[in-house]
Every structure is written in structure tokens, then in C-alpha cells.
Design a binder for this molecule. Structure first.
Ligand code: UGA
Length: 457
């Protein structure tokens, strides 16, 4: 379009920054990705992804080859290169509380700021407690050269792992906050590629230009709302179970009202991953700090409903195998249980706060010998939970099992043949943790089937 594009850097190239870097190069920007992790940077520069994300490998290889994309561990290079620096580092929960640990963010800013030699903006994308941007500006002011204009700006991201490339290239909204007019213009120029692509494809991308507090809040408020939807339907699942209803039919019927919508009403073993659980707790904790803890007290309940799904899955495993549930929980000694799924959701290799893996651990702690199979998550799972057994292919993992638990709804599990599988196991019992299977199909093949929020047959 003739307007010069700013050069972009992405600091922290995990699943968020790595995806952004490759996608924005694809959108036509010159991009430099930065990370302190040398192994990660070496992989990226060699055209290999250090994590799995559908469709990202092609964009990486293509844009490395055309020269628009590079990766470095050298922060001087970053300072020299960029007009717009995106902060994409992680903000995990603190070890001692539920609030967010901002130390990666802090070290990123204080390392970069003193090296900046020309006017530029530092844009927050990491998920943070409301109020963080003004703290970042203070850090910048304290650490940058006095004669260099450096402003903080904010633009939260909403990408979902496994759909991240789409979410970055074709976002459902762009939210921007900046202080001065020049910073606002630079920030918009850094996102122009997204709007140009939308125009080419005859789509609209809603643009929300707002204040800093709102921009910071959009992210956590959205994530907490999604968590609330999931816990709501999981609470209904308990009700369905005792009343003889079917929560999948209930969710579908509710979702036809487009004020409610079909999405994020899938009942099962609850939400996990690197974002929803930690963001929920961080938001509650920040609200408390700001004196409105009471207003958000229900979030603690959302969290508890979610955690109870995991204990519930273990109890159902005991029920299915005719084990007593004592006061200390069920005992599953002597049982061989196969867990299908280790990742926190399908189409990723991410096992952070995975409900599936947590349930596998709980089954093992209750005395069972647990074998795990997952299409993409086995390597990560093995490192995180070395006490569990791992096996592939799937047919080997289910061999001689007393119970199969399908805990991550991978597409390949939906197409399992209950008749063929029945030949391999010791007992035809199946727990369908995310209601991914057709109960009738399995029951017709002689299996004892249990879903979540569906009455036992
Ligand atoms: C989530 C949000 O959906 C993104 O919008 C956000 O940008 C991202 O966090 C983030 O903060 O970076 P993600 O963690 O990739 O994305 O995963 P989701 O697809 O949201 O799934 C989260 C968990 O909820 C999974 O364990 C999934 O199985 C569970 N879930 C999801 C349900 O139990 N039921 C549902 O109906 C939907």
C-alpha cells in the first residue's frame, strides 16, 4: 500500500510470540524474534518449531527463506532493529500466591530499554494484571536514555492454541491502547497487515481503540468468562446425571439461543492449559488487591467446580470397575487403566495444567497401573510425569486394560472401533471424559460406557 511498515520485534518466542513472529512476517512485516533460550532460537533459525502448532511450520520456513523473519538471542540487535517491540513473555502464577509473576516482563523491559537509540514503542501482549502498563512505562522511564522517546502501548492477544495461526492472521477483534498520537499511529501501522488481509478477503475486523486499563482487562475478563461458561455447563452436568438428563443435548439446545451460543459449553473433565486456570486465579487476586474482591468472589467457585471434575472422573473410574470409594477416596489397586490423551486439549503438544494428565496421576496415586497414550503429547508428558507408563501405538497402550479413559477428545479417538478394541482389552469398560464418543455404538459392542453428565445406561 506504499506506506512504510514499521519493523517489528517479538520478545519471548513461546507459543504466543513465536506464532506472532511468523504470522506477521507472512503479513509482510520485517520481523525479529528474541528469546533468552538459545536452544529455542537455534531451532527457529533452523526452520524447526520448538512446539507444535498447526500450519505454523510452513510460515516459518517460507519467511525465513524470503528473509523477512529472523531470530536472535542478542538484545542489542533487537534494540537496533525494531520500531515496535512486542512483549510476549510468560506471566505464570507466582510460587507463593495466585497473582501473576511479572519478573520475565520486568527483565525484558529493563534489558531492552537502555539499549534503545531511536523513537519506538514497547507493546504489551502478555496477559497481565490490570495496571501493569503504567508500571512498564515507569520501568522504561527509569531505564531508557533520557533523549530517546520510548512509549508503552498495549494490545492484548486472544489466540487459541491449535488455531493460533488463524487467530493471529484473522483475529475476531484488535484492541489497541496508546498514549500519544505518534504512538497510536505507530501501533496502528504495526497492525495494518491484519486489516489489509481482511479487506482482501472482504471481511471486517472490529477495531477497539481504548484506554490502558480496559485493554489490559479485555483479555482476562474474556478468559474468565470462557471459564465461567465451562464451569456452568459442568455444574449442569452433575444435575443431568442425577436427574437422568444428557448434558450434551442440554448444551446444544441452550446454544441454539445465539445470546448463549454453542461454543465453550462442552461438559467433561473441565478446563486446563497454560491460560484459563491461571488467568482466573490472577484476576480474582488482582480484584482483591484493588478492594473489589467481593464482586469477583464467584470466580473461586468457578475454579472449584472445575477442580471437582477431576475428582469426579476418578470416582467414576472406581464406579466402573466396581471399587469401593472410602473416606480417603477410591482405591484402584491391581487395576490396569489406559488413559487416552495427555494434552490439555487436542491438536497441541501442550500439557500445561492438563486435566487429562492430572487425572492420570490421580488414578495412579489411587493404586492403578496407568498407561498413557497421546498422538502428540507423549514426550512432554513423559518429562512432566515420569511415574506414569507410556505406550504407543494406541493398540499396545490398551492391551489388557481393565478400563479405558478417553480424556482428551482427539479426532482419532472418535473413530476408534469398539469391536476391534474389545478384542484387546481385559474388560470392556470405557470412561468418556469429554463426551467425545457415541454411547450407543460402544454399548452395542458390549462395552460398559460412562460419559460425563450423562446418566449410566
Ligand atoms: C484460551 C482462550 O480460549 C484464548 O482466547 C486465549 O487467548 C488463550 O487462552 C490465552 O490466554 O492465551 P487455550 O488455552 O489455547 O485458549 O485453550 P482453549 O481452547 O480455550 O481451551 C481451554 C481449556 O478449556 C481446555 O482444557 C479445553 O478442553 C477446555 N474446554 C474448552 C472445555 O472443557 N469445554 C469447552 O467447551 C471448551
Amino acid at each position: 500500500s506504499g506506506v512504510p511498515r514499521p519493523r517489528l520485534t517479538f520478545l519471548g518466542v513461546g507459543p504466543l510470540g513465536g506464532t506472532y513472529a511468523a504470522c506477521y512476517a507472512e503479513l509482510g512485516y520485517e520481523v525479529l524474534g528474541y528469546d533468552v533460550d538459545e536452544g529455542r532460537i537455534a531451532k527457529f533459525n533452523a526452520g524447526e518449531l520448538p512446539f507444535y502448532e498447526r500450519g505454523l511450520d510452513e510460515l516459518l520456513v517460507k519467511n525465513l527463506a524470503n528473509g523477512r523473519l529472523r531470530f536472535t538471542t542478542d538484545v542489542d540487535e533487537v534494540a537496533e532493529f525494531g520500531d515496535v517491540h512486542f512483549l510476549c513473555v510468560g506471566t505464570p502464577s507466582r510460587a507463593d500466591s495466585h497473582s501473576a509473576d511479572l519478573s520475565y516482563l520486568e527483565s525484558c523491559v529493563t534489558t531492552l530499554a537502555p539499549r534503545l537509540t531511536r523513537r519506538c514503542i514497547i507493546v504489551g501482549k502478555s496477559t497481565v494484571p490490570v495496571g501493569t502498563s503504567s508500571w512498564v512505562q515507569q520501568l522504561i522511564d527509569r531505564h531508557s536514555k533520557p533523549d530517546v522517546d520510548v512509549e508503552v502501548a498495549w494490545s492484548p492477544e486472544f489466540l487459541q492454541e491449535s488455531n493460533a495461526v488463524q487467530d493471529v492472521m484473522r483475529p475476531n477483534r484488535v484492541v489497541l491502547a496508546a498514549q500519544s498520537e505518534w504512538a497510536q499511529q505507530l501501533l496502528q501501522a504495526a497492525h495494518k497487515g491484519v486489516f489489509e488481509l481482511a479487506a482482501q478477503e472482504d471481511r471486517d475486523v472490529p477495531l477497539v481503540v481504548t484506554d490502558f486499563a480496559t485493554a489490559e482487562l479485555v483479555k482476562v475478563a474474556s478468559n474468565a468468562f470462557l471459564s465461567t461458561k465451562i464451569s456452568y455447563i459442568n455444574a449442569m452436568a452433575d444435575l443431568c446425571e442425577v436427574a437422568g438428563g444428557d448434558v450434551t443435548a442440554l448444551a446444544r439446545a441452550m446454544g441454539h439461543d445465539d445470546r448463549i451460543g454453542q461454543k465453550f459449553l462442552r461438559a467433561g473433565i473441565g478446563f486446563g492449559g497454560g491460560c484459563l486456570p491461571k488467568d482466573l486465579r490472577a484476576l480474582a487476586s488482582r480484584a482483591q488487591e484493588l478492594g473489589v474482591g467481593e464482586s469477583l468472589r464467584f470466580l473461586a467457585e468457578i475454579d472449584e467446580v472445575n477442580t471437582r471434575r477431576r475428582t469426579k472422573a476418578v470416582r467414576l473410574a472406581a464406579e466402573l470397575t466396581d471399587r469401593e470409594v472410602g473416606p480417603a477416596g477410591p482405591r484402584l489397586d491391581g487395576l490396569r487403566i489406559t488413559v487416552l490423551g495427555a494434552t490439555f486439549k487436542p491438536e497441541t503438544d501442550d500439557i500445561r495444567d492438563s486435566p487429562a494428565l492430572d487425572i492420570a496421576r490421580r488414578l495412579r496415586n489411587a493404586g492403578a497401573a496407568v498407561t498413557v497414550y497421546d498422538p502428540k503429547g507423549l514426550d512432554n508428558a513423559q518429562v512432566a510425569e515420569p511415574e506414569l507408563l507410556y505406550s504407543k501405538p494406541l493398540t499396545e497402550a490398551v492391551d489388557g486394560a481393565d478400563l479405558i479413559c478417553v480424556l482428551t477428545p482427539w479426532e482419532e479417538f472418535r473413530h476408534l472401533d469398539p469391536v476391534a478394541l474389545g478384542e484387546l482389552v481385559a474388560h470392556k469398560r470405557i470412561l468418556d471424559g469429554m463426551n467425545a464418543l457415541d454411547p450407543q455404538l460402544w454399548r452395542n459392542a458390549g462395552w460398559t460406557y460412562r460419559g460425563m453428565g450423562r446418566a449410566a445406561a
